[in-house]
Write a protein that binds this ligand. Structure first.
Ligand SMILES: NC(=O)c1ccc[n+]([C@@H]2O[C@H](COP(=O)([O-])OP(=O)(O)OC[C@H]3O[C@@H](n4cnc5c(N)ncnc54)[C@H](OP(=O)(O)O)[C@@H]3O)[C@@H](O)[C@H]2O)c1
Length: 254
């Protein structure tokens, strides 16, 4: 039984999709929650109501994770509200689906600033809060198969996820002795708002569904949230700097 009672968890991009499912799972496990969003205020407030109904404390913070100042202000708000932080889930991501040959410098920078740099800025800004309750801190970031496979129109996001996975390993090396565990959850295709924008996504779902080794199932946000919740718990103490794949075995099908 995973219990996060007494812990505070921040999930970036938790107004929708995998972030929303993760915030709800962490709250079910007992954690108080910091919900972050960039644009979807009413969606975030609905998630907050759901969490409050579970009897957990919840703070909703509008912050663009690509902006260092926003991240630092968010941590100040967490400090004022809770005075501690134990778990950071770096989930928010963006980036248009386009071929690399059509990508501008601006597209590149926006994708990296939203999908890669926040792992560093979040951890830098969270460290003083982690240190208030030394010995236990968890950082989990969301990646995808595009980090090591070539998918149509996915080059920028895939490149950003490859960089993210490397950063996680290096943060694990730098911070492990201070009680911080840094790991990646690499999810297969999940039916969320962003996935619906992928060109040809329905054929991709059908192709993957035929290859999962768990029966004909489509991966749900909750499947990913379950693994994040395990990594957020004390049970994962010896897992450090790893990338855990959640895809129903689709990638082992030859
Ligand atoms: N869906 C998949 O198939 C899949 C597969 C593997 C990995 N992943 C990864 O899982 C994570 C979540 O994906 P998803 O499909 O659930 O995404 P999604 O449904 O598009 O939701 C994205 C979330 O990120 C937030 N966000 C976007 N830009 C932000 C910014 N600059 N600052 C703060 N929040 C921001 C959004 O908030 P607003 O609504 O307020 O803008 C929203 O809550 C991403 O890292 C994604 O790469 C997804």
């Amino acid at each position: 039984m995973i219990s996060l009672q007494g812990n505070v968890a921040l999930v970036t991009g938790s107004s929708r999709g995998i972030g929303r499912a993760t915030a709800l799972r962490l709250a079910e496990a007992g954690a108080d929650i910091v919900l972050n969003y960039a644009r979807s205020r009413s969606a975030a407030e609905t998630v907050a109501e759901n969490i409050a109904q579970m009897g957990r404390n919840v703070l909703v913070v509008k912050a663009d994770v690509s902006e260092r100042e926003d991240v630092e202000c968010m941590m100040e708000a967490v400090d004022r509200e809770f005075g501690r932080l134990d778990i950071v889930v770096s989930n928010a991501a963006s980036g248009g689906f386009r071929e690399l040959m059509k990508a501008s410098d601006v597209h590149f920078e926006q994708t990296m600033n939203t999908n890669v740099r926040p792992l560093i800025t979040l951890v830098q800004a969270a460290m003083p809060l982690f240190e208030k309750t030394p010995g236990f801190a968890r950082v989990i970031a969301l990646s995808s198969h595009g980090s090591h496979r070539a998918l149509p129109a996915y080059g920028l996001i895939g490149g950003s996820k490859a960089a993210l996975e490397s950063l996680a390993r290096h943060l694990a090396l730098e911070l492990g002795d201070q009680g911080v565990r840094v790991n990646i959850v690499q999810a297969g295709l999940v039916e969320t708002d962003s996935a619906r924008l992928i060109p040809g996504v329905e054929q991709m779902f059908e192709h993957i569904e035929a290859r999962t080794c768990v029966g004909p199932r489509r991966l749900q946000p909750e499947d990913v949230a379950n693994v994040v919740t395990y990594l957020a718990s004390p049970m994962s103490d010896m897992i450090q700097g790893q990338t855990i794949i959640v895809d129903g075995g689709a990638t082992v099908f030859a």
